[in-house]
Design a protein around this ligand. Structure first.
Ligand code: PHE
Length: 443
């Protein structure tokens, strides 16, 4: 069978960036930064992206391109079928993540409607509460899920490449405009200070929470730990330079997250919101942006365009998750693609319902899937490459670059030692934190 490859030379990067850039950058990053102490969290997050995220992305790329298979088939093809449980961890994570990702995607759809109908006027905090849980949240969760299922059933990969091509520059331009506008507002000082000036004491007193949160965010935002990047890179030609491609993807993704913070925190400060409390809620971005769109020139139009772009960003990410879950199920149970897609979308919709009714459930799903499952997935994949498949992996990484260089030696050592140790520590902290979270939230 001849496998499709990417339609255009840049198709792979566009699709991978489309998967990476999404609600993780614009909604989740500012939300966690607020909740986890501000600038200290940002520093830890950046360090983990460079030290762990980039090497793990290369782990997935090497597995995908070498095997030319999705995570289920990959380990069989590489001669190590017993490792395919890594694919199962990924599929489970995908299931849970998509179930609430779609709920947040539904919020974005509601904000599009509100932008064009003057809906978020008045108290933007109260508007967020109305949006986030209850009947509206459920209806728009259904609409978002239906859109994702439709795109996956039609298999419109080219359409997505085109959507990503338009979305990424538009999101960047809009965020830059908003960041510049934010800088002109009064009373933004505390916002910048909170976001940009790290306080070491905060880390010392709160490392137990900051580490798992930052690691989970690094994996989530880069779409790692789940096998999405394995699937995408399985269509790649041997002439592509994996290191270059991963640097581009990581740089764009990180840049967009940092910009989102440069918008959220000055806005929150200028609106006189409590940064830790309001900035630490799931509504940080929505509340602060809606209030800003109320006052800025042509705000509702800018807001409408912004939320449309955010919806496109969310759709290209959600697509990559559903694709991965569908191919897992289709390959494992040998059922037809379209019915599998529709059935899985329906099941995922139902699983997401509690998170559309109560934000505590959203938190519970989110922490479990990211801080525990994605980290576990990344750990297993790295152990495989570092200890079972190292020499083939190095050969694969050298393809398209004319052999291995100093970076490759660094990479394999990081994958062998640094990544597993760091992820094990993170996982232990995350599990401990999760148990505490469940106790204080639900019991
Ligand atoms: N990276 C996406 C985002 O930031 C979410 C995602 C996570 C997509 C895991 C695929 C896999 O929004």
């Amino acid at each position: 069978m001849v496998r499709d490859t990417w339609a255009t030379r840049t198709g792979f990067i566009l699709a991978a960036v489309g998967s990476a850039v999404g609600l993780g950058n614009i909604w989740r990053f500012p939300f966690l930064t607020g909740e986890s102490g501000g600038a200290v969290f940002v520093v830890v997050y950046l360090a983990l992206v460079a030290l762990i995220g980039l090497p793990v992305m290369l782990v997935e790329f090497v597995i995908g391109r070498r095997s030319e298979r999705n995570p289920v088939g990959a380990f069989r093809r590489l001669g190590h079928p017993s490792w395919k449980f890594a694919g199962a961890i990924g599929a489970l994570a995908g299931f849970i993540i998509l179930s609430y990702y779609s709920v947040v995607g539904g919020w974005v759809l509601q904000y599009i409607v509100a932008s064009f109908s003057g809906g978020y006027t008045g108290d933007t905090g109260a508007f967020f509460v109305q949006t986030a849980s209850g009947t509206n949240a459920i209806i728009y969760h259904a609409i978002f899920m239906a859109l994702v299922a439709g795109i996956v059933s039609l298999g419109v990969r080219d359409g997505l490449e085109r959507a990503a091509k338009l979305m990424v520059p538009s999101v960047i331009v809009l965020l830059v405009i908003l960041a510049v506008y934010a800088a002109t507002l009064p009373d933004t000082g505390p916002g910048y200070e909170f976001y940009l000036s790290p306080n070491v004491d905060t880390f010392a007193s709160d490392a137990v929470n900051i580490l798992p949160a930052a690691a989970g965010q690094a994996f989530f935002t880069l779409s790692l730990g789940m096998g999405v990047m394995i699937t995408y890179s399985s269509y790649l030609g041997e002439d592509r330079n994996l290191l270059n491609d991963s640097l581009i993807i990581v740089a764009i993704d990180t840049f967009i997250a940092i910009l989102a913070g440069l918008v959220t925190f000055p806005f929150l400060a200028s609106q006189g919101q409590d940064l830790v409390q309001d900035g630490g809620g799931a509504g940080a971005v929505f509340i602060s942006l809606a209030a800003a769109f109320e006052t800025m020139p042509a705000g509702h139009l800018v807001g409408g365009v912004f939320f449309i772009m955010l919806a496109v960003a969310a759709l290209t990410s959600a697509f990559s998750i559903l694709e991965m879950v569908v191919s897992y199920v289709v390959d494992t149970f040998d059922i037809a693609r379209v019915p599998a897609t529709l059935a899985l979308a329906a099941i995922i919709f139902v699983i997401g319902l509690p998170t559309a009714m109560d934000l505590n459930y959203l938190d519970a799903y989110d922490k479990f899937a990211n801080n525990i499952l994605l980290i576990a997935g990344g750990l297993v994949l790295s152990l495989f490459i570092g200890w079972v498949f190292a020499s083939d992996a190095l050969e694969e990484l050298g393809q398209g670059r004319g052999g291995n260089g100093g970076f490759d030696t660094y990479w394999i050592n990081v994958v062998r030692y640094v990544v597993p140790i760091a992820l094990l520590v993170t996982l232990a902290l995350a599990i401990q934190e999760y148990v505490e979270f469940l106790q204080t939230t639900f019991f």
